[in-house]
Design a protein around this ligand. Structure first.
Ligand SMILES: C[S@@+](CC[C@H](N)C(=O)[O-])C[C@H]1O[C@@H](n2cnc3c(N)ncnc32)[C@H](O)[C@@H]1O
Length: 215
């Protein structure tokens, strides 16, 4: 990963995306979001969705799951609040500003932490993953949909070349899966339990990481 991203720069980029986000990124990520929500609802209980954005995933959660959504972009969150009000979603406990790298929640506050198309948009992904593990209860899960870069070959070269442009737009194209496995290797309390390709084009995966019962 070459280009540097800052949290303030990412927030500004998504403030700019907010008016057209659902149009551009709604359909393309639909299947991935549905898979992540299904996985989260299987556990249920208290769900934290980090990088909730415009709240596009919120209507998909089961009525019995209690969802809190955080994001760093106020303009994206305004859309999420409108959606919750418009659709009368009664299982959404809170929609508020929050930084994935410094979550404002006590340890083990949630049964599930969901991050959809977010980790590759965060300035310091490993710091965000540490926070996901901290607020997740033992026995709970961290459920992520993520870009997975090609690392090698023509696609890998293109992804590296695009990084200076896409990082200004608020996401990375060059994002090796090793970022997750290296992070997991630094900790004794989490394990990778699933990695599955999701559309579109095999560039994205659903990743489930369990927090060990005895953590
Ligand atoms: C590609 S969008 C994904 C939005 C939504 N999860 C979806 O499925 O469409 C990435 C989101 O992550 C948010 N984000 C980026 N860095 C963040 C951080 N440090 N803390 C919280 N949210 C962040 C952005 O503001 C943006 O809303």
């Amino acid at each position: 990963m070459t280009a540097t991203m800052t949290t303030a720069g990412v927030a500004q980029a998504y403030d700019r995306w907010a008016p057209i986000y659902d149009l551009v990124f709604g359909p393309v990520f639909r299947q991935g979001r549905a898979s992540a929500i299904r996985a989260a609802d299987r556990i249920g209980g208290r769900i934290l969705e980090v990088g909730v954005g415009t709240g596009i995933s919120l209507p998909g959660y089961a009525a019995g799951s209690r969802v809190t959504g955080v994001d760093i972009s106020e303009d994206m969150l305004d859309k999420a609040r409108d959606r919750v009000a418009r659709l009368g979603l009664r299982n959404i406990d809170a929609i508020r500003v929050g930084d994935a790298e410094a979550l404002d929640f006590a340890d083990q506050s949630f049964d599930v932490v969901v991050a959809q198309y977010v980790v590759s948009a965060v300035a310091n992904p490993a710091r965000a993953l540490d926070e996901f593990a901290r607020v997740c209860r033992p026995g709970g899960e961290i459920i992520i949909t993520t870009r997975v870069g090609a690392e090698q070959g023509v696609r890998g070269a293109i992804e590296k070349t695009l990084m200076p442009i896409t990082s200004r737009l608020g996401f990375r194209t060059d994002f090796p899966f090793a970022l997750y496995t290296d992070w997991i290797a630094t900790r004794g309390d989490v394990e990778l339990i699933e990695k599955r390709e999701i559309p579109p084009l095999g560039h994205f995966s659903l990743v489930r990481i369990a927090k060990r019962e005895n953590a």
